[in-house]
Design a protein around this ligand. Sequence first.
Ligand code: CUA
Length: 156
Amino acid sequence: MHWHKYEKIWLVFGILSLVVFLSIVGVTAFSHGHTPAGGMDTIDPEKVNETAPFDNPGVIQIDDNTYEVVIVSMAFGYKPNQIKVPVGKEIIFTLTSTDVVHSFTIDNTKVNMMAVPGRITHKSYTFTKLGKYLVLCNEYCGAGHHFMQTEIEVYE
Ligand code: CUA
């Protein structure tokens, strides 16, 4: 008899979870029109420059051990074009694009982010060595693609 009760509870719980899940998916898909699978953050690519945090790209200290770097990529460059971050701290890169697909690829690291218009991508990385790191665009994005680069300076 006891088991019956538990089964019922689980069944109700399962149905409720499903309903909640479906409504979240439905609401998200509706409000954004074209949400890609995976539930990523989305943004209107035409309004990047007036949408937080991209209205103020740059390095933001979140706490003693965490920094966020907000980057806008566009043909053919990145905003800001000067990035300085401390060594040994968690750096969260937050990226989007205003036009076509670019990448934000930091040389000699595992950071290889896609900058997709309409999407916001995040990547966490901790630099262990001081110095200057070249950042390149690895996605062919047009005539200026080969010149699309910037630099990150990692300081003590
Ligand atoms: Cu941007 Cu290639």
